[in-house]
Structure formats: structure tokens, C-alpha cells
Write a protein that binds this ligand. Structure first.
Ligand code: ZN
Length: 133
């Protein structure tokens, strides 16, 4: 019983942490290939330049609250962004939910490997698409 509670509480902590890390990886995968800084300018809409306030920076939830569009110019935001953010959260939380308290290092290692694999796969597939196009 205590293990189940430990697993659920740990996963509840790791889910938003993984989503936040996925959001950062999303930014990294978007900006680094363009040679842009990771820290400046702050997060903004690529179409209108609208800087995102704190309430527009919450992974997945902000996307859903804004119906997948920029609040300033109504430009659609790709569905892949919240999907990859959610997958990142699930990648980190799911192993802990299953065996986290019994095998913490194994579950964190598995979660981190998948978490890092998501942006790597994105960058590699983007490069292939650019070569083909
Ligand atoms: Zn905009």
C-alpha cells in the first residue's frame, strides 16, 4: 500500500517536471538549428513577436486553454508541441508509477533515456525532411 502511494506521488511530481523539460527541449530543438540563443529573446510567437507571459508558458495546459492558437495574432500552434511535451511528462512519470519506489534508479534512468530520445528523434527527422524537400 505504501509503495503504491509512493509511486503515485512520485509520478505526480515527475509528470509536470517531465513536461517542463520537454518544453525546454522543444525550444532547444527549435532554436539551435537556426543558430538562435536559448535565452534571448524570451519565448515569443514567431509570427507576431508576442512575448509569452507566464500563463502562456505552462506546457500542454496553455495550448489547451488557448485552443492551440497565439493569443495575440490567432496563428495556429502546431499540435506536435503539446504532444511532445505530454509525451515527455509521461516518459518521465510512467516508469516511476510502475516500479519507482522499488527500483528508483532504474525507473529514472529509463525515463530520462526516453525523455532525451524524444527531441533527438525530432531533430533527426526534421533534418531528413529538410534534405528531401
Ligand atoms: Zn502571434
Amino acid at each position: 500500500m505504501l509503495d503504491i502511494l509512493c509511486n503515485v506521488l512520485g509520478a505526480a511530481f515527475l509528470l509536470p517536471l517531465g513536461m517542463a523539460m520537454g518544453s525546454f527541449f522543444e525550444l532547444t530543438a527549435d532554436r539551435l538549428p537556426r543558430g538562435e540563443s536559448l535565452f534571448w529573446p524570451p519565448s515569443h510567437c514567431r509570427t507576431c513577436g508576442h512575448r509569452l507571459p507566464v500563463d502562456e508558458l505552462i506546457p500542454v495546459i496553455s495550448y489547451l486553454a488557448q485552443h492551440g492558437r497565439c493569443r495575440a495574432c490567432d496563428t495556429p500552434i502546431g499540435r506536435g508541441v503539446p504532444i511532445r511535451e505530454a509525451l515527455s511528462g509521461i516518459a518521465l512519470a510512467a516508469p516511476w508509477l510502475i516500479v519507482g519506489c522499488a527500483h528508483p534508479m532504474a525507473s529514472l534512468t529509463a525515463g530520462i533515456v526516453v525523455l532525451v530520445a524524444i527531441p533527438v528523434v525530432r531533430v533527426v527527422t526534421q533534418r531528413r525532411v529538410r534534405r528531401i524537400a
